[in-house]
Design a protein around this ligand. Sequence first.
Ligand SMILES: *Cc1c(COP(=O)(O)O)cnc(C)c1O
Length: 227
Amino acid sequence: MITKDELAANLSAVEARIAAACAKAGRPRASVTLVAVSKKHPPELIRLAWELGHLDFGENYAQELRDKAQALSDCAGLRWHAIGPVQPKNAKYLAKAAHVFHALERLEVAQELSRRRTGGALPCLLEVNVAGEATKAGLAPAEVEGFLAQVRGLPNLEAVGLTAMPPFVDDPQTNRPHFEATARLATSLGLSQLSMGTTSDFEAAVACGATLIRVGTAIFGERPAAP
Ligand SMILES: *Cc1c(COP(=O)(O)O)cnc(C)c1O
């Protein structure tokens, strides 16, 4: 686990890069939320980031999110972003603990979240398999409109945007067409939030309109093999 000083340095380096990307795109810095992806890192490291003033954290796995939310329940203002697809049977772990769900892609999950959510609608982003990768979760672009209509019919959920999880690439510009396509689709559907961009390509995502970027490695360092 990295030290608090290293974490502070990483956070300010990422912050400077976001500010530069926003300036270049002519966007206000406040239009982009940095979600610090903490999956597989221990709760103590998340607590250090919270002590440094960071509030938005992303987790992929439902049980891990539930456990960390419990361990860090005293951290005022901390917001959990569930960023990975979930099985219907595990949706209950997110229904209460998540502030935003970035990976909605199955009706069974939407129904389960809708049934179990209390205390305000859960903002959801629909995950789009924008590059059509066989190994990846997400809706085909052509399926999004129909699925959105189904989600909009459910209580306790609010569809707010789209999430793109394009391929991992060395050259961040490679994913621009995917980010642009996702942004166009969101606009055409009246959705304002766009979750896209990771350590390897978040500047390109900001240039294409990302409102939520999901950055892990650049903040917390390499992920340990086990949680
Ligand atoms: C792990 C993960 C990230 C963060 O990736 P980094 O390359 O560490 O920034 C972002 N989004 C999702 C969905 C992830 O699973």
